[in-house]
Design a protein around this ligand. Sequence first.
Ligand code: SF4
Length: 374
Amino acid sequence: MAGIYFHIPFCKRFCGYCDFNRSLRLQYAPRVLERMHAELETEQSFLHDSKIRTVYFGGGTPSLLAPQTLANLFEHTARLFDCTRTEEITVELNPDDITTEYVAELRRTPINRLSVGIQSFDDAELRVMGRRHTAAQAEQAVRLLQTAGYDNISIDLIFGVHGFGDDVLQRSLDKALSLGVQHISAYHLTIEPETRFGRMLARGELQQVDEECSEREFAAVHAALTAAGFEHYEVSNYALSGFRSRHNSSYWTGDEYLGIGAGAHSFNGSMRRWCEQSAEEYAEGVVYGQETLSERDRLNEYLMTSLRRIEGISTAYIAERWGSDEAERIGRTAEAFIKAGTMVRLGVGADERLAVPPEHFLISDAIISALFEV
Ligand code: SF4
């Protein structure tokens, strides 16, 4: 089964760390939406699999649009694809868009999973990040959604922000856990050059946290959330049992997905395609970039996505798919990490898997690079 991702590229203001495809020109929304409906029609044959398991509205800020506007995109999807077994329809929400009226309208749509962009429960940290909401608004937003009956709620947190100590992070984690949500995504702040934070860093007005702080905060997040019963199932993602993000999991397991909108990416098993246009350009007509993946690309992608998850890689699958020489090469390289304790061997024989234990996920990128076929 496949997934469909809709990118809603509009924001009311830009956060300091954000390098997503986004635009402040909300006046373009009607034309962009018209184009997204048209793109859905013209690109339906991109997927080989027409059964849609998950739908995801990301951004940008999808909650700047009325819930019915998002539901219209899903209804159109259901006319073009088989959505009779769609399990999960997620929308990303910004806390200050979540009002009683908004939630009442949201309840009338088939959207059944909510991802709330909170980032921190510390007002000073939220101001530094350039977020629009306060900690109190974030808490109130989650409570409103829960009161309305939603029981599949994810929140995003960011850690590794210079100048905010371990106690600030701990308070955010405590507050997040006290809310009784089912899923938490916790990202280490990365500073990209083309962002406000990137420019501040270049001017010396902002610092990055050092490696020791990164490791300490990553460990603090892992300890707090796993102690509360969350499974650390991917580098940045934690879920209570049965509440992993099915949409995001499908990216990591190589399923097909169709991305619609400026900033969306698609994959159909052999080809990757993306649209990097601004919302304003997209409104005039879609232009894609694309690449056909070689066998080496596909092996490296398998390593990259699998070693960021607790399941890790299957050596039997690598041998069957890319040959026993590759499986042996990877096994030999992994041996040093296994000895050092930063990788583990799970299962035996045909069930053998090599994985990075969650407490070492922070260094998974270095391990993945060492295992890559170059
Ligand atoms: S983090 Fe979200 S709300 Fe902030 S600028 Fe990026 S897309 Fe917009």
